[in-house]
Design a protein around this ligand. Structure first.
Ligand SMILES: [Zn+2]
Length: 128
């Protein structure tokens, strides 16, 4: 592995809760109403400084999707997942989008603190 070159983001951004690498722009939030087994999650149009695991089929609450786990490229913590393909037509808009779990990321400017942070030992995502 070579050096990690971090992409910097201009504007309000979300960062890794642990290593504070910038991950996604607040402007790229498509939905804040996602829920996964760990609580709230945000859907992003794009994410940076992440590495994506192998694609696998997973049954989510909204049906069968091909998804990849998304990890912070700096500290390696799992952040959420990326939709690779959606089998259901009504879910096609999610393809290529990133879901980052809210408690794994920190908003850069407004300090929400740890009020919604939740610890969980499971990485089951929202598989049924
Ligand atoms: Zn990190």
């Amino acid at each position: 592995m070579g050096r990690v070159f971090l992409v910097e983001l201009e504007g309000r951004s979300y960062r890794c809760r642990y290593c504070h690498s910038p991950l996604a722009l607040a402007d790229d939030v498509l939905s804040r109403s996602f829920n996964c087994s760990h609580g709230r999650a945000y859907l992003f149009n794009n994410a940076v400084n992440v590495s994506v695991g192998p694609a696998e089929e997973r049954t989510m609450l909204s049906g069968l999707h091909t998804v990849s786990d998304v990890f912070c490229c700096c500290c390696g913590q799992i952040l959420g997942w990326k939709y690779v393909t959606a089998n259901d037509k009504s879910q096609k808009h999610k393809e290529g989008k990133f879901v980052l779990e809210r408690w794994r990321i920190a908003e850069e400017i407004t300090d929400e603190g740890n009020s919604d942070a939740r610890l969980s030992l499971s990485d089951a995502e929202n598989a049924q």
